[in-house]
Design a protein around this ligand. Structure first.
Ligand SMILES: [Ca+2]
Ligand SMILES: [Ca+2]
Ligand SMILES: [Ca+2]
Length: 868
């Protein structure tokens, strides 16, 4: 074997010497796109996803050396398309292996316009051709063009050549725009308008930075170089003049009055015939506790030959490094086509200290082995993330004010038939006593921005409050490092005020929930921005509205006292109401009661009173026998009232709730499987059903500690089957956790899955390996594909540099946020750390914050037990 290999290498070398290396041509692979060493050209392998419109993840795309550099290639109607600008629908996609091309038909039905885009490899690159059966419609001449978008931050610090002239790719937009009359504008989806023209009737267009027949992006850099050549003029534009998530766009206009092949680009990416991607060594950036399992995973280029051993180096006080252990590197194999994986198990390195891993010529950053590693990892989440995202508060930290008191003009009843940008809709029925655009009083208090935007979503404020209450119930953290003053609506980070922050945060949730229940009648689906210009706001939340209540008798921008004629107040969307949905309002309020009662007795009693009021009022309507409810309450004998009853029982000890709960839970435990195995619900945080329709442990585990021995024995008997399912999830990959998410990455379900393991371990330590609690955090903290950054911002040694928070325009983060993580596409993973604007990769949602805190507290408890 060895001799054969030597022969091959020698033969190849002889061939290389004999004649010049053949051109590195792109060839079509099994997945229907083109590749050469170090380069991929994808042609609509990823499609525009209707959910949030242009995600910068569709069309003609270029991946070079594992990094997606270009996207959005196709026929577009604007120089620099924004998220809500319309795009052509792929009505036909042909992968022609014999003809060696991929062709898509892009149809703009509104304009009766269809164009074919054909990509065919040629020499070292490919021809990108636009073919028309009918000429470009008159209305689109001078608008329809072939675009290709490049991620700006990938090119920061680089240059471009236009017909041989050298220019710098700008770090910040600094070129020219012009305004056109709005009559010329191609309407955005749903007639949205992304900017406020102050009544002038115009819109903004980016002018080209340069125009020529050949543009080469980053000619000086083999990893980034891409050339586009054409007989038609090509312009380069900077989309960031219009939107902070804008791109560098190469664009040629389609000619009018022509059919057949109307435009051709020669697109030449950079092919690297000997390139091998350096190993990405995934490991926990917070380090490891001595007794826990320690398995790093190296992600290797398939052209690389895995070395048989790795070294664990100990870093000494004088800076020298000594080999603590040489460990075997076990080949796991190829996962999802692109890379080969190797596991490096150094579990028996237990001595506390500072270490790094050396493998395949790569030495990682240093990380600790220490008994305390999980002890403080939730602090930035509790101290900063959950505080900075508070609505209706001024938030200070040392010398910096994160934002002022925002949305003090909350809020107006949404008028009928208004659609909101995140898929919310107000129907005809308001379900409350208010008229359209009438101010609903009392709402300017409590709550959190749910994610990278500035709305209060029902599921978000309810789940965040509920999970904060569960933190108190399970762990009672007395940590007090934040001053929260609800009287003056002021928070100060790193300043103790004598009250546990956990309790203060729970109250910040109940203040908003109670205000909604008392003034609207229930928690509304969303309190959100009235229009697109306000929705895409970036910057201090206080500047989002004028803080003055809308008065329709005044003119726009006119102010009288505390009233204003500017319609910037948020809308309360009150349709999609259901009695079953109100049950979650009860859960959050009742769960908060035990935490609040010693510190804020008035707010505690108010919460419990409202919870009971809602229970009495909606008990009958929420009965699934009377009003069958679909979706999350379907299957396994669910009753939407069950969780509400459990929380009311725990809060009050009142037997009427227990009498309601027990028969339902017993029925869930006795359920007989009706279908095949189902792991989906396990990841969604539910202890359900190793078989469809089978026993469901979710509620049983909530009430477990309050129940008698007989009930507990019954639950215990069902646990092994559940454990078998939950621990089988990660076996399809070398990381040992369930990785998921093609349009929204899976960190939240990884956290929930790991915490579920803790809850099992807590009651049944002999039935589950506690390593399953830690595996989820290892993944989050850096033992994952693509890179080894920690997905918890500011936590760990090497952590995310950017996140899709409301400060994303500054390429920054809000510390302690948990990003969704790794998008999983056909054959590649992605979590960009230089482009914060992919929400599916980088948007920290507030309801993940308390779940992460729960898991950290659980992990420390687990390792404390292991280290004993
Ligand atoms: Ca939102
Ligand atoms: Ca405090
Ligand atoms: Ca206002």
């Amino acid at each position: 074997m060895r001799r054969f290999l030597t022969f091959c290498v020698a033969a190849a070398a002889a061939l290389l010497l004999a004649k010049p290396a053949p051109a590195q041509t792109l060839t079509m692979n099994d997945l229907g796109y083109f590749e050469a060493r170090g380069t991929n050209v994808l042609v609509y392998n990823n499609l525009y996803n209707g959910g949030f419109y242009d995600e910068k993840f569709a069309g003609l795309e270029i991946i070079q050396r594992g990094e997606r550099l270009a996207t959005g290639g196709g026929i577009r109607l604007m120089n620099t398309p924004e998220q809500w600008d319309i795009f052509g629908v792929v009505s036909d996609r042909i992968v022609d292996r014999e003809g060696n091309f991929v062709q898509v038909t892009l149809t703009h039905t509104d304009y009766d316009f269809a164009a074919k885009l054909r990509v065919t490899p040629k020499d070292g690159g490919c021809l990108v051709q636009v073919i028309l059966d009918k000429p470009v419609p008159e209305a689109l001449v001078g608008k329809a063009g072939l675009n290709l978008e490049f991620f700006p931050a990938s090119y920061f610090g680089k240059n471009y050549l236009v017909d041989g002239l050298a220019r710098i790719l700008p770090k910040y937009p600094m070129h020219d725009t012009e305004v056109h009359p709005v009559s010329e504008k191609i309407t955005q989806y749903f007639g949205e308008s992304t900017f406020d023209d102050r009544g002038r009737g115009d819109f903004l267009v980016a002018k080209p930075m340069s125009v020529g027949h050949q543009i080469v992006m980053a000619p000086e850099d083999d990893a980034l170089r891409v050339s586009v050549k054409s007989e038609t003029e090509i312009g380069i534009y900077d989309g960031r003049h219009l939107a902070q998530n804008g791109m560098f766009v190469l664009r040629s206009f389609l000619p009018g009055g022509k059919t057949g092949k109307v435009l051709e680009w020669f697109l030449e990416p950079s092919v690297s015939k000997d390139w091998i991607r350096p190993a990405n060594i995934g490991f926990s950036q917070v380090g490891y506790s001595p007794a826990q399992k320690k398995v790093a995973v190296a992600e290797l280029d398939r052209n690389d030959t895995p070395a048989p051993e790795a070294r664990i180096l100990k870093v000494n006080p004088d800076g020298t490094k000594t080999t603590a252990k040489t460990v075997p590197a076990k080949v796991w194999g190829v996962y999802r086509h692109r890379y080969n994986y190797v596991q490096i198990d150094f579990s028996d390195v237990r001595e506390p200290g500072l270490y790094c891993i050396e493998y395949q010529g790569v030495e990682t950053n240093a990380f600790p082995i220490d008994k305390e590693i999980y002890r403080d990892k939730w602090h930035p989440t509790m101290d900063v993330s959950l505080v900075v995202n508070m609505d209706h508060m001024e938030v200070n930290e040392a010398y910096r004010i994160w934002h002022g008191r925002a949305n003090m003009d909350d809020a107006l009843q949404a008028p009928a038939n208004v659609r909101l940008h995140d898929g919310y809709f107000q129907g005809d029925e308001t379900n409350d006593k208010y008229q359209p655009l009438e101010h609903i009083p009392g709402l300017a208090v409590g709550g959190w921005y749910d994610a990278g935007d500035f709305d209060i979503q029902a599921n978000s404020v309810l789940n965040t409050t509920q999970d904060l209450a569960y933190i108190w119930r399970e762990f009672q953290p007395m940590r007090d490092q934040t001053l929260i003053d609800q009287k003056t609506q002021y928070a100060d980070i790193h300043v103790p005020d004598g009250v546990p922050d956990n309790v203060e945060l729970i109250m910040h949730g109940t203040l908003n929930i109670n205000a909604q229940v008392e003034n609207i009648g229930f928690v509304a689906q969303v309190i959100g921005q009235p229009d697109m210009h306000h929705y895409h706001h970036l910057g201090d939340a206080m500047t989002l509205t004028d803080g003055k209540i809308y008065d329709p008798t005044l003119k726009p921008y006119e102010v009288r006292g505390d009233r204003s004629g500017t319609l910037d107040d948020r809308f309360v969307f009150t349709s999609r109401f259901s009695a079953a949905g109100v049950m979650q309002d009860i859960v959050s309020l009742a769960a908060a009661y035990p935490a609040l009662k010693d510190y804020y007795p008035e707010e505690a009693e108010r919460s419990l009173k409202n919870a009971k009021m809602l229970w009495d009022k909606y008990f009958d309507d929420a009965d699934p026998a009377k009003n069958p409810v679909q979706g999350r309450w379907g299957g396994f004998g669910g009753d939407p009232r069950l969780n509400a009853a459990i929380e009311l029982w725990i809060a009050t000890g009142d037997k009427q709730y227990k009498d309601f709960i027990v028969p339902i839970v017993e029925k869930q435990l006795d359920a007989k499987p009706t279908g095949p195995r189902d792991t989906g619900n396990v990841q969604n945080g539910m202890f359900s059903t190793q078989y469809t329709g089978g026993p469901n442990l979710t509620a049983a585990l909530k009430i477990y500690p309050y129940m008698d021995k007989k009930f507990q024995a019954k639950v215990r008997a069902l646990v092994p089957a559940y454990v078998e399912v939950i621990t089988r999830g990660g076996q399809d990959n070398p990381y040992g956790v369930s990785i998921g998410g093609a349009s929204w990455a899976g960190n939240a379900s990884i956290i929930n899955g790991a915490y579920n393991c803790y809850r099992i371990w807590k009651y049944f330590p002999d039935l589950i390996d506690p390593e399953y609690v830690l595996a989820g955090l290892n993944f989050l903290f850096g033992c994952h594909p693509y890179s080894n950054v920690s997905f918890v911002t500011s936590v760990g040694v090497n952590t995310k540099k950017v996140a899709y928070n409301n400060n994303r325009a500054d390429y920054s983060v809000i510390p302690g946020g948990i990003v969704p993580g790794l998008l999983v596409k056909e054959d590649f993973f992605e979590n960009k750390d230089d482009y914060p604007f992919h929400w599916g990769e980088n948007e920290s949602c507030i309801n993940t914050a308390p779940q992460y805190i729960l898991l950290c507290l659980a992990a420390q408890e687990v390792v404390d037990a292991m280290n004993k």
